[in-house]
Design a protein around this ligand. Structure first.
Ligand code: ADP
Length: 174
């Protein structure tokens, strides 16, 4: 158990992951190298209207990270800093794509530090080839039956195809 070894460095990468993209995967792979354990924590946010359920998002993340032994997939609905305490983690990982990401992330990081001064947020810059990539863009392309093969892990591509299989093709609509 984590609590038996307080010297282990445990980080949490929180987010919606609706669904996980190759941008997220790039951050996960890089962060996993820096910590003994990386917990990818899906936010169970009832105020958003997600495409995938929390269980579906966790299953997709688990499959996409199966080759990374120190990555664990979890979900939380509590305040992030409180969840982190239950997991003995004190580092939050967030990805930054743009200056506009930075403004929001700075606010979040400052708030979390205010709530618990032992918690640090570490920002990782996106790989430039994914700087435009977001879950929203992926969903939009998939909804219109566009090709997302270069943007998401294969299991996510299949799950998106299944979700939107019943939707009429955009180019066939009147
Ligand atoms: P949230 O709703 O918390 O922003 P997301 O799933 O959209 O959840 O993103 C989780 C984290 O991953 C955030 O820190 C976000 O900035 C980062 N992220 C999202 N897409 C990318 C990307 N293409 N490259 C790097 N980081 C990303």
């Amino acid at each position: 158990m984590d609590s038996l070894n307080p010297t282990r460095r445990i980080a949490v990468y929180p987010g919606s992951f609706d669904p996980v993209t190759l941008g997220h995967m790039d951050i996960i792979r890089r962060a996993a190298k820096q910590f003994d354990k990386l917990i990818v924590a899906v936010l169970n946010n009832t105020s958003k209207n997600p495409l995938f359920t929390v269980e579906e998002r966790k299953a997709l993340l688990a499959s996409a990270t199966a080759d990374l032994p120190n990555v664990e997939i979890d979900s939380f609905r509590d305040l992030l800093v409180r969840y982190m305490r239950t997991r003995n983690a004190n580092v939050i990982i967030r990805g930054i794509r743009s200056v506009s990401d930075f403004e929001y992330e700075l606010q979040m990081a400052s708030t979390n530090h205010q709530l618990d001064s032992s918690i640090e947020t570490i920002f990782m810059m996106t790989n430039p080839k994914y700087s435009y990539l977001s879950s929203s863009i992926v969903k939009e392309i998939a909804m219109f039956h566009g090709d997302v093969g270069e943007l998401v892990p294969p299991e996510v591509e299949a799950a998106l195809r299944a979700k939107f299989a019943a939707a009429p093709r955009a180019d066939k609509r009147s």
